[in-house]
Design a binder for this molecule. Structure first.
Ligand code: PLP
Length: 384
């Protein structure tokens, strides 16, 4: 048979999958593996969706998404970050941030265009760039620097083929956040070299120590930024598959073409639920974020106590402790921890080579389970 697509076949399958397959055959595992809220979507949001179904709202929507949803998204960004978007022409509602990422790169890239990607990073970034014909150029970020990317390292990788910089703060997997000065330095590089910025801000609400700074609100950024966000994390809506992109209208227009011919529109039930989330879900977000923050403090303190060095992550719901003192690779550590103590964590190198020597632990799980996981991890360390 003729070979399948080289561009796709050459991308390795996600390293996380093997661990999830192992877990499927085990009992009594405490999973700190999946990056998913353990909350159910707030009742008012579910209720709005149920009501919409009762009313028979089961059709396609505008390809852009319901205007009311785009208006709510624009209102929320204007009040929260000071970034203003025209709901009619500058917002595209997508099937999660996942679709928005794919569409953004397909809209931006021609074959061989380079995208600078700070790593360790979310597992989809490098494949998404490659699937769109682009060339991902990784920039390692260092533990000593709190896993914030150094703008000088970014600058050093700009070539005539560079088309975009991909940023994602708060970060999955490290929980790192960038301050305004750091972000502005990255914007300045983009302006200087006429680059686009793709900013995945899906964890914006989960910023604990300081208010989130949206890159689109910084001088020089808005006209070259595709801002991606969604409802999966802050509103505990992973299964609804709803997200969006905000960008200048000429960029949205091109993204829209891809979306229109491939997705048509995001599911109407999810869009109506998202409207309710934005209109009336703020108290629920605050409750969940306060809870994550409490778990963050407890879990990170616990990791340090058992001897896994872990600086406090400023955002998202991941701790990224060093396991270097054990002398094990991240993969061996994670595999042995799972076999011996039935705690699932993700080896840091799954997110890029500079994640080696670290593990990602998602602390969006019940406090009692976090305490139990820490005990099991402590016992595992003592057994080494
Ligand atoms: N971006 C980041 C950084 C993520 O961590 C995730 C999910 O874990 C996604 C995007 C996917 O988001 P969605 O559920 O909106 O497709």
């Amino acid at each position: 048979m003729k070979p399948l697509s080289q561009a796709v076949s050459s991308v390795p399958a996600s390293g996380i999958r093997r661990f999830f397959d192992l877990v499927a055959e085990m009992d009594d595992v405490i999973s700190l593996g999946v990056g998913e809220p353990d909350f159910v979507t707030p009742w008012r949001v579910r209720e709005a969706a149920i009501y919409s179904l009762e009313q028979g709202r089961t059709t396609y929507t505008s390809n852009y998404g319901l205007l009311e949803l785009r208006q709510e998204i624009a209102r929320m960004h204007a009040t929260r970050s000071g970034a203003h978007y025209d709901p009619a022409r500058e917002i595209l509602v997508t099937v999660g941030v996942s679709e928005a990422l794919d569409t953004a790169f397909r809209a931006l890239l021609d074959q061989g265009d380079e995208v600078i990607v700070p790593e360790p990073c979310y597992v989809s970034y490098i494949p998404c760039v490659a699937f769109a014909g682009g060339v991902p150029i990784s920039v390692p970020s260092r533990a000593e620097n709190g896993f914030r990317v150094d703008p000088d390292d970014v600058r050093a990788r700009v070539t005539p083929r560079t088309k975009a910089i991909l940023l994602s703060y708060p970060s999955n997997p490290t929980g790192a956040v960038m301050d305004q000065a750091g972000l502005q330095a990255l914007v300045d590089i983009a302006v200087e070299h006429d680059l686009y910025i793709v900013s995945d801000e899906i964890y914006d609400r989960l910023s604990y120590d300081a208010p989130h700074v949206s890159i689109a609100s910084l001088p020089g950024a808005r006209e070259r930024t595709i801002l991606l966000n969604g409802f999966s994390k802050a509103y505990a809506m992973t299964g609804w598959r709803i997200g969006y992109a905000c960008a200048p209208s000429h960029v949205v227009e091109v993204m829209m073409k891809i979306h229109q011919y491939t997705m048509l529109c995001a599911p109407i039930t999810a869009q109506l639920a998202a409207i309710e989330a934005l209109k009336h879900g703020e108290a629920d977000v605050v409750t969940m974020v306060t809870d994550y923050d409490n778990r963050r403090r407890l879990f990170v303190a616990g990791l340090n106590e058992i001897g896994l060095e872990c600086p406090s992550p400023g955002g998202a719901f991941y701790a990224f402790p060093s396991i270097k003192r054990t002398g094990l690779s991240a993969e061996v550590f994670a595999e042995r921890l799972l076999q011996q103590e039935r705690v699932l964590v993700v080896p840091g190198d799954v997110f890029g080579p500079s994640g080696e020597g670290h593990i990602r632990c998602c602390y969006a799980t019940a406090t009692s389970k976090l305490i139990e996981a820490l005990q099991r991890m402590g016992r595992f360390l003592q057994s080494l």
